[in-house]
Design a protein around this ligand. Structure first.
Ligand SMILES: [Zn+2]
Length: 400
């Protein structure tokens, strides 16, 4: 505009623009001025577009390069986190290292590196108030223990991982009272822990009873375990094994019967059968029939009565009891063995004998305990998962 105005002022011939500049003399028609301005605009526009393309799209320098590196870092950091979740520690550490090479400020990559035991990264997270809880959780992960867990709950009081660690580390260290105190906090922060809370409490109390050397406190702990979770068979089983005198035996008997109605186990059946060591075989059969009535169709009820009937000299009753278990798969080895023995005592030829044993050899076993965390199964109940070491999460398959 300024140029055009200057040109118009300098014009002394209408229709022709004349410019005198440092000895130069230029005269041209105004149309050429318009054409020159349009050309100038086009060239600057194209140059600007090219510059922007270089800065943003090519990613060679400037903000686009930073963005590209941040994006690459984010990709690697996410992959590192996934690797950590799936337990691939080495891969997680490598990917987090790659991410930090592209973008040293990536918090996710820092956290993953710290979780895989990178001391320098843990220190770095500890420096910043916002990432202090991550540092505590990383320390807890790399060197677990009661004090690391308690430290984690101080800086990350809303972290279910920290409270779970206090429960588990305390129980592992034998401090069941500490574990039971922290349990409600874990339950309040974790839906899964809340759902299974009564089972976990019963497991911790049963663990406490197992660790106890005196019978009296152990018995009290088992009673509390059954109060928390009346279906927890290991507590009822131990209570039955402890029972020696009149009031104890009937209390153990009642506990076993109420557990049997929801959660029969072979161990509980055996403990219940042994409650009165001096009784006759037919008295024991009558008592076990009463127990079986609590859950009459359950395989463990039928097996228990079948075995007791054989012992009491009633092979027909034994056969009646276990035949339903042989008619539908999976056949149990115990059922096949009872039936074969009952037929032998009745002097009859079991036509199905070999087939039953074949089916039983591949058939499902009785109740199993399964870890809610890693799905590892055990035949007997244990406080700590033999695979993932989590405490209090071995539950009957049917409860999960
Ligand atoms: Zn496990």
């Amino acid at each position: 505009m300024v140029l055009a105005l200057g040109a118009a002022l300098a014009a002394n011939v209408p229709g022709l623009v004349e410019v005198e500049w440092f000895g130069w003399h230029v005269a041209f028609h105004p149309v050429w001025l318009v054409v020159a301005l349009a050309l100038f605009w086009c060239v600057t526009h194209i140059a600007r577009r090219a510059w922007n393309w270089l800065r943003w799209k090519s990613g060679l320098f400037g903000p686009a390069r930073t963005l590209r590196r941040q994006r690459a870092a984010l990709g690697n950091a996410s992959a590192a986190l996934a690797a950590l979740v799936f337990g691939q520690e080495e891969r997680a550490a490598t990917l987090a290292g790659d991410a930090l090479k592209s973008d040293p400020t990536n918090v996710m990559a820092r956290a993953v590196a710290a979780m895989t035991g990178d001391e320098a990264r843990i220190e770095q997270l500890d420096q910043d108030r916002a990432t202090k809880p991550l540092a505590a959780l990383a320390r807890l992960r790399t060197s677990p223990g009661v004090s690391a867990a308690e430290q984690a709950t101080l800086v990350a009081p809303a972290s279910p991982v920290a409270w779970r660690a206090v429960v588990e580390e305390s129980a592992r260290a034998g401090d069941f009272a500490g574990a039971l105190t922290a349990l409600p906090k874990w339950r309040a922060l974790d839906d899964e822990a809340e759902r299974l809370g009564s089972w976990i409490e019963a497991a911790l109390r049963t663990g406490a009873a197992d660790a106890e050397l005196d019978e009296e406190p152990a018995r009290a702990e088992l009673a509390r375990a059954l109060k928390a979770e009346p279906r927890f068979a290991p507590a009822a089983t131990r209570l039955a094994l402890f029972a020696e005198e009149a009031p104890d035996v009937s209390a153990a008997e009642r506990a076993a019967e109420s557990v049997w109605s929801v959660q029969p186990t072979p161990q509980l059946g055996r403990a219940y059968a042994e409650l009165y060591p001096l009784e006759t075989d037919s008295d024991r059969l009558a008592r076990l029939q009463r127990l079986a009535e609590q859950n009459p169709k359950h395989p463990d009820s039928l097996l228990l009565v079948g075995e007791a009937a054989l012992m009491a000299g009633d092979p027909s009753l034994a056969l009646d009891s276990v035949v339903p278990l042989l008619e539908t798969p999976p056949v149990r080895l115990r059922a096949a063995a009872i039936a074969l023995e009952a037929y032998r005592r009745l002097g009859m030829e079991p036509a199905m004998g070999a087939a039953w044993l074949d089916a039983a050899a591949t058939g499902a076993p009785g109740l199993r305990w399964q870890c809610t965390n890693c799905r590892t199964q055990t035949v007997d109940w244990v406080l700590e998962c033999p695979n993932c070491r989590h405490v209090g999460l071995m539950l009957p398959e049917t409860a999960i």
